[in-house]
Design a protein around this ligand. Sequence first.
Ligand code: PFF
Length: 459
Amino acid sequence: MAAPVAENNQQAGNPAQWSSRFAFIMAAVGSAVGLGNIWKFPYITGENGGGAFVLVYLACIAVIGLPLMMAEVMLGRRGGKSPIGTMTSVAASEERSKGWAGIGIMATLAAFLILSFYSVIAGWTMPYILSAVSGDFSGIAAEESGALFGGLLASPGELLLWHSIFMGLTVLVSAGGVRHGLERAVTKLMPALFVLLLILVGYAMTTGHFGEAVSFLFKPDFSALTAEAILVALGHAFFTLSLASGAMMAYGAYLKKDVPIARTSVVVAIMDTGVALLAGLAIFPIVFAHGLEPGAGPGLIFVTLPVAFGQMAGGSFFATLFFVLLLFAAWTSSISMLESLVSYLNEKGVSRVKAAVGGGLVAWLVGVTTVLSLNEWSGFTPLDMFARFEGKTLFDLYDYLTANIMMPLGALLTAVFVGWKMKPEHSAAELGGWHRLWFPIIRYLSPIALLIVFYFNLK
Ligand code: PFF
């Protein structure tokens, strides 16, 4: 049986600790960069009119997301345990109610629920890699591409297969532990991902429509901005930075004392944002070059891009690169979703292998209901009696519950805890000189902004 996570993660050579600042950055960026950046960001930007939405999103990252990330990493390192263990021990050392452990419990549940459906979507990349390699996209028309995607979603067996393989990959890394599993995977996969992305942006520059994409992404047209879009931007800022789901707290617990948290978090947020923008710069020129629709929605990269790849020289190669990239990105995120639970079980004496396999199995089982929501159970909308949930399948409900309720609520509670309940000297000891800037933001600005979001969201 593997040793439980050490009481004190600060011993030299501790296998339950990142070996370097670089390893932490790769792990945290690996968690942050995922389907959110490459699949979701481009399509929600397309749906919400481009530049103005991007600007609001950047503001949400800088003003709310980044300070919260610093708070979570700081709490994680102070507690040195799983998110549940960390919140329990930090609340105790601050002489606050045990109830604050609820932040850790909700984060662990949110991450677990996200993992269950994330694995299903991430699974889609694998049949796309196979189709790309075998040249299936060559010359494909928009209807055929739509039918291909529709066919995949309509087939529970196929979805189940890819979902199972993806969950297996996640469990495999997680079971390996912090240094031998997580760190080894992220320090190889993340640099590969950056190279792949740059190759794709390089290609997009040759399409003759790069300038059009740049102005779509960066020229704000505020008339295209709606109140709903602002909520979408904020929700996405949490999701893309892996906040309020324990990932950053769990990873912070494996961070050495001498790594500067604030500066490192800034690097992570910049890299995450950079990847989202680069993904936009890789995708939109291709979309525009082929006269396709930027607002196509969730199918943007699965329906639209294959058409574009099918028309370009070397399309099979670039399509393969693209979907491999997406798979890597999703994989380094999913392992961080499982970490909150695995580290908690590990603390309770369950071995890492058993915790990863058990957690993965239950998440897989919940994921099966998402698979079915896309086809056999697409008419099963159990909460129709509430107007807010009308017409939502189980998958829609998991997504709504995590993104619109659990994550903003967890973020609000975290901001209140570190801003009002924790002694400022304690947070200052972790954050150094940045504390003076960070503290008023997390104490006043973040909670107010989050309350406004709740008001509009639940109104
Ligand atoms: N940040 C990931 C993405 O953008 O795809 C999603 C995510 C990872 C959410 C880890 C939550 C989490 F704990």
